[in-house]
Ligand binder design. Structure first.
Ligand SMILES: [Zn+2]
Length: 225
């Protein structure tokens, strides 16, 4: 049996654990997506790999927020682990990161040089990776959502739902690859553009939510309060 006093530390521990699991998985998936996407000629898979790279950076921010929450909060407050000020700042940072990634990807997808180079059919290894990423992200979503409920962490819950969007993004990449394998190479390229738009939308809503939260805070309120 766990005593009441041990619970905050335990839930903080499970938040950290979930964030580390997510970061490790994202590092592995990102490497697979970018390397195999490149050699198997799939723009969609490479685009999703760049997306996973931004997820990895976002994991880093979540870990930093949980760490700051753990070191500045005390007692009862520690159960929540993430102070709202830190959480809003982290959300804003992730949003800016996502918008930057999306703009770069969309810019790449409308470049004439890229469009003219779309001729090679994507190899089956890209399909295997895209399907694997889809299943891994869905599993990560379920795991993180359970851990977030356990530790009452809003930052972790937001990350969990982001993993669900990632699974949809991998589905788009999968469909693009299938289209290319079926004889329409441009569909893989279109998938890359769609993934770019999804990232842009996600970044925008992250920034909007964070700015609203920050604006709603009374003047002079700091992270320690
Ligand atoms: Zn993502």
């Amino acid at each position: 049996m766990t005593s009441l006093s041990e619970r905050p530390r335990q839930s903080r521990g499970s938040s950290f654990k979930a964030a580390y699991v997510s970061a490790t998985l994202n590092a592995a998936l990102m490497t697979m997506q970018i390397v195999i996407g490149h050699f198997a000629h799939s723009d969609g898979l490479v685009a999703d790999g760049i997306h996973t790279l931004s997820d990895l950076a976002a994991d880093g921010v979540v870990i930093a927020v949980l760490f700051l929450g753990a070191s500045t909060a005390s007692g009862r407050r520690a159960a929540g682990a993430d102070g709202s000020f830190h959480a809003s700042l982290a959300t804003l940072l992730i949003g800016v990161l996502l918008i930057g990634t999306a703009v770069e990807m969309l810019w790449h997808s409308i470049e004439p040089a890229t469009i003219l180079s779309v001729s090679k059919t994507v190899r089956i290894s890209a399909l295997l990776v895209a399907v694997f990423v889809m299943l891994a992200k869905e599993t990560l979503f379920r795991y993180m959502r359970a851990e977030a409920k356990l530790s009452h962490s809003s930052v972790l819950l937001a990350s969990a739902w982001h993993a669900r969007v990632d699974a949809v993004s991998a589905l788009v990449a999968t469909l693009g690859i299938l289209g290319s394998m079926a004889g329409v190479p441009i569909l893989d390229h279109v998938a890359a553009g769609v993934i770019g738009l999804m990232i842009l939308r996600m970044g925008y809503s992250n920034c909007w939510t964070a700015l609203k939260d920050l604006a709603a805070r009374p003047l002079g309120t700091t992270a320690r309060q």
